[in-house]
Each structure stands twice: as structure tokens, then as C-alpha cells.
Design a protein around this ligand. Structure first.
Ligand SMILES: [Cu+2]
Length: 237
């Protein structure tokens, strides 16, 4: 190996260490099987106008490169994980008569801001099973709604009573060690204290709740941890 190549190889190793270090859990969620085709959302005329070109579809199985499955909530259970007191408010926007994001991780007590960025009226209806239900109209240009959730619950469904196709699912957890997979199914949870945990992967359509989610036991120590999951289409409800 020439000197230049050695230097390059060294730089690459340093780069990979810098991107995943002790306390980091990284991995990928892959979808196995062929999901049913997504359906066009039944937009009314006012919402349809907000989508002059391609219309939005359901988001049951959103996949990217190499069947990576997006929008899977990945989080830790067990250990002695504390809430992050400095957690900033999370935003749930209503844009184009859709909730954005579709899947969201939130900590108990963390503020959830629900915004209406549309020129139409929405009705924000949280339908939890454990936390308190709420149902609030939000005018176009209306003021942000703020909510917090006291108890862990995967998932709290958010719906709109004006537009029957609008849903978002909030995973409420007792700490901040959670992530939602990106468009290619990748996730990263950083800064996890050393210890033994259960890593949970919950896909809304396939699992729906923590009880049905995929799990694996992991130990966080001196090195970065890698953990992958496979979700089967056949498991979907
Ligand atoms: Cu709406």
C-alpha cells in the first residue's frame, strides 16, 4: 500500500468511528414480502386543490433502497432510562390535508405542537387508549395547539374529524431514546447509557402496538451496537 492509500484508509476508519460510537445504536429495518398497493387518499375538492400534480396515497408500507422500511418507531425498554428534561417541543403539522409526520416519537411530558399550515379547517382528534382523549377544531391560520401526554402509549392515534383519511400515530415513551426509521429504513439512537435493554421496533400497520412489536435484547457497552429488524408484510393487520 502506498503512503497516500494508507493515509486514506486511516481517514476512513476515523470517519466511521466518528459516525457511530459507544452509546450509539444503529441499524436498518427491512420489509420482507410485497405489500398491497397504496391507495389514493379520498381528498375532498378543497384538499385536492392543494395537490395540483400527483395526489398523496396511504402510507401503510413506505419503502426505500433495498426494501428498507420507513416510518418504523424504534426504541429502548428496560434499564434505568430517564426523560430528557431539555427535550424541545415536537411538531405535528397539517399540510396538504395530511399529518406530517405520519409516525412520531415523543417523550411523556414533552410538548407536542399541532399546527395547521393549510387554508382549511382541521379538527385535531387524539384517540388514545391510556392517555386523555381530546378533540379540538383548528381554523386555517389558527393558533398552534399544545398537548402533553402523561403515560407511555404506542401508538396514540391522531385523526381529523373533517377529513377521514388524515391520521398520525404518536409513540409516547418515558425517555428520549427513540427514533423513526428514515426513507431507507435506517435508524440511529445516540448517547445510550451502558446497560442491557430490549430494543423494540414497532411498525404501525404490521404491529400496531408494543405487545405485537419486534424485539431483541441488546447490551450497550464500550462499542457502538448494530441491530437490524425484518418486518414481514404477512404480519400486517
Ligand atoms: Cu383535516
Amino acid at each position: 500500500m502506498t503512503h497516500t492509500l494508507k493515509v486514506l484508509a486511516g481517514a476512513l476508519i476515523v470517519a466511521s468511528v466518528a459516525t457511530a460510537q459507544a452509546g450509539d445504536i444503529t441499524g436498518k429495518v427491512t420489509l420482507k414480502g410485497t405489500p398491497p398497493a397504496e391507495k389514493a387518499l379520498p381528498l375532498d375538492p378543497a384538499c385536492g386543490k392543494l395537490w395540483p400534480n400527483e395526489k398523496p396515497k396511504t402510507r401503510f408500507f413506505v419503502t426505500g433502497a433495498d426494501n428498507g422500511l420507513a416510518e418504523v418507531l424504534v426504541y429502548l425498554k428496560g434499564g434505568d432510562l430517564k426523560p430528557d428534561a431539555a427535550a424541545k417541543p415536537a411538531l405535528l403539522d397539517q399540510k396538504g390535508c395530511e399529518y406530517v409526520p405520519h409516525i412520531l416519537g415523543l417523550q411523556t411530558g414533552q410538548k407536542l405542537i399541532v399546527r395547521n399550515s393549510d387554508p382549511v379547517l382541521h379538527n385535531v382528534h387524539g384517540t388514545p387508549k391510556i392517555n386523555k382523549e381530546f378533540n379540538l377544531a383548528q381554523m386555517a391560520g389558527g393558533k398552534d395547539i399544545e398537548r402533553t401526554f402523561e403515560s407511555s402509549e404506542v401508538f396514540v392515534r391522531m385523526k381529523c374529524d373533517v377529513h377521514v383519511w388524515m391520521f398520525s400515530y404518536v409513540g409516547v415513551l418515558p425517555h428520549s431514546y427513540h427514533a423513526v426509521t428514515d426513507k431507507d429504513g435506517n435508524f440511529k439512537i445516540s448517547g445510550v447509557p451502558a446497560g442491557k435493554y430490549t430494543l423494540v421496533a414497532a411498525h404501525r400497520k404490521s404491529h400496531g402496538s408494543e405487545e405485537k412489536a419486534l424485539t431483541q435484547e441488546i447490551t450497550v457497552g464500550d462499542a457502538a451496537v448494530s441491530a437490524n429488524f425484518t418486518v414481514e408484510v404477512a404480519a400486517a393487520q
